[in-house]
Design a binder for this molecule. Structure first.
Ligand SMILES: [Zn+2]
Length: 179
């Protein structure tokens, strides 16, 4: 951010709490540069297979990822997850548990960062069809995942899923939150 959104003065960089911030010398506005939240889901069906979408857009076009996306204004993480899964895969799902979170710099702009939260979910309706940002959507067996997985956040989430499977967590095995 170059200019103050309130008074349009040129911002300066100051280190506050060990991190560089953009500060307005005229009015005192501080741009804290908090991470952007992204929410998504490991949708596990009754066979224990996981739903992945193949990206039809950059970055990582042709790579597979978990359905996920940025929050809309005022959304909860759960509501963002349900909406993103519906938009990207056509499926209605219910959340069955918490998977993991992850924080990292944004590929295309290291000044920005993203905080990811991933839930477990299971299908309860809809029709599987590639939607926004995807050209194929498919359930994969746990031992036959595609090699081309997009983004470190997805690798972390999939590794946590495998750990939860080994531990017998019901949500990770597609048995929902009640097993
Ligand atoms: Zn200002």
């Amino acid at each position: 951010m170059k200019y103050c959104p309130y008074c349009r003065a040129a911002l300066e960089t100051q280190v506050i709490n060990d991190l560089p911030r953009r500060v307005c010398p005229a009015c005192g506005f501080t741009y804290w540069n908090n991470p952007l939240p992204v929410a998504g889901a490991a949708v596990i069906d009754e066979r224990g297979y996981i739903l992945l979408a193949r990206r039809s857009v950059e970055p990582r076009k042709g790579y597979w990822n978990l359905p996920a996306g940025f929050f809309e204004w005022g959304e909860s993480a759960e509501a963002a997850t349900l909406r993103e899964v519906r938009e990207e895969t056509g499926l209605e799902v219910e959340i069955t548990g918490y998977l993991t979170s992850y924080g990292a710099g944004y590929d295309r702009d290291p000044w920005r960062s993203i905080s990811y939260i991933f839930y477990y979910a299971r299908p309860i309706g809809g029709v599987l069809a590639a939607g926004d940002d995807a050209d194929e959507v498919r359930f994969f067996p746990p031992d036959e995942l595609p090699a081309a997985i997009a983004f470190p956040s997805n690798l972390v989430a999939l590794a946590q899923w495998q750990a939860h499977r080994k531990a017998g967590l019901p949500a990770a095995l597609g048995r929902g939150g009640d097993g």
